[in-house]
Design a protein around this ligand. Structure first.
Ligand SMILES: [Zn+2]
Ligand SMILES: [Zn+2]
Length: 150
């Protein structure tokens, strides 16, 4: 699937050929910290097809949870995570792009979850949390409440 997107401030844009069947949720503690959120959703993009404008800042953690050395790239201006890849010079074989920066994110449905041993205990129960189509949950506006009301 052809994908494209940009960081929150637009300084960095990416495009390439992604493998939607490999869309993955990672619950490892590195991804929780690196996203500032509960988990990370990523999709690999073949290195030969990967295009980028702008210059991300990169960070190499010496010991990742997985034991692999992964180079993390993010926007130096707005902090959006862009991708991770294997350390080294030149075009890398694959760039694991962060789904939240891609315009096609609604079509990149996760096919597997990894590092579930550190998953936050509530991630499987989000549908039960009062929710709103916009910023504030008003009384009676929660979609889950509506579903309970015939
Ligand atoms: Zn940015
Ligand atoms: Zn992870």
């Amino acid at each position: 699937m052809r994908v494209d997107g940009a960081c929150h401030c637009g300084a960095i844009t990416v495009a390439g050929e992604a493998d939607p069947q490999s869309t993955t949720i990672c619950h490892c503690t590195d991804c929780q910290t690196g996203t500032g959120s509960a988990f990370r959703v990523s999709v690999p993009v073949a290195g030969a097809t990967f295009q980028m404008t702008g210059q991300p800042t990169t960070y190499l953690k010496t010991t990742a949870d997985s034991g692999n050395r992964r180079l993390q790239a993010f926007c130096p201006t707005c902090g959006s995570p862009i991708y991770s890849t294997s350390p080294g010079d030149g075009v890398r074989p694959s760039y694991v792009v962060r789904v939240g920066i891609l315009r096609q994110r609604d079509r990149l449905v996760p096919k597997r979850q990894i590092w579930c041993r550190s998953a936050l205990p509530w991630v499987g129960e989000l549908a039960a949390v009062p929710n709103s189509e916009r910023a504030t949950v008003q009384p009676g506006e929660s979609r889950s409440e509506k579903e309970r009301t015939p």
